[in-house]
Design a protein around this ligand. Sequence first.
Ligand code: MN
Length: 434
Amino acid sequence: MGLDEYNRKRDFKVTSEPPGELGAKRREGEPRTYVIQKHAASRLHYDFRLELGGVLKSWSVPKGPSLDPAVKRLAVEVEDHPMEYGGFEGIIPKGQYGGGTVLLWDRGVWAPQGDAEKDLRKGELKFVLQGEKLSGGFALIKLKGKPNRRPGSSAQAYPDDRGWLLIKEKDPGARPEAEIDITAARPESVATQRTLEEIAADRSYVWHSNRERLDAAAVEGARAASLPESITPQSAHLVRTVPDGDEWLHEIELEGERIICRGEKGRMRLLDRAGEDWTKRAPAIAGAANLLPATSLIVDGVLAALLPDGTTRRGVLDEALRGRGPGKLAYFAFDLLFFDGHDLSGVALEKRKELLKALLARVAEPGPLRFTDHVAGNGAAFFEGACRLGAPGVVSKRRDATIAARSKKKAAGTRGKGQKVPAKDATWRVVRCG
Ligand code: MN
């Protein structure tokens, strides 16, 4: 179907919805994302969207999904939506197509049972969801013949060949509707835990045309480049005292796995310091990164298990990766090295973090991707507070530091491999508590 119909129906000068661009083709075997958006338009419905072929295949489900295999929910096929739309939660201005409030009801990854493109054409798509509210087998079955449309009933005013049924498969995730109505039991946003009413009341979520795509080319120090093959994460030098002065930014040290999240849109991969691929171990993180509005990205951060008390512990990460234990899996991003076809190594750290924060804000937080915030200056007091809260330590970074300076010296041969930067020159430093 493509995105022409989606683009034709929207005025991007008024609405804050992202303009549609075809995403990159996905490689074999990589997880595809899905989202369900609860949409209070002229009629309340749930928009069920499966990523396929660089777009979100979409159905409008008036009653939303059910966990009961005996319940068949009408799903009206609508136009394909751009990938960027999957992270949208907020208010679409009145008078715009689909005007109303959008709540991110569920998200995750999905896998077809067979050949998705072929099954869609056949009108019988069976698939497995791994999301925050839904999981297990589901099927979309195209209705044959004309739907039973009563004259004057706008509820079924859709072209005759667009009717499908969304049905839960019989598996351990199935529950009778009498036991649980999932839409009533879990009405909240998976992104912000808010209700539809709370989103509708929050005028700051009306996004306008001046909040367009972030412009990488306009960032001072950014350089147009192709995505580098590999990247060595910047290391922090262990020191005894937290540096003083306002030229330092301080972050809480997190216990987890240092992970570089990198790739082109729809093909984000998670790599550890040794270059080992973690993408399949944390598909929800890679899936969320694929929803970020960027054509290409390199993000630096820590994959961690967040405990109910707000701390992270390396010991519970493996369990969290298997969906077990007390920790909730999250990726704490703290640096943006490459964005939308631009190398940011010549950009000051503080600016890189500003851009990263704005980028992550495009997908509503708190999701599986988190921005690692910092304080400027007051290092000693920050360190004391962090240790009291049970943090393993504090990482201090020069706010004006670029990455370019270091690699240029390397290239010129003045600093050989394995030769360490003297601690007094280190732009990233770590101080441990206790
Ligand atoms: Mn809708």
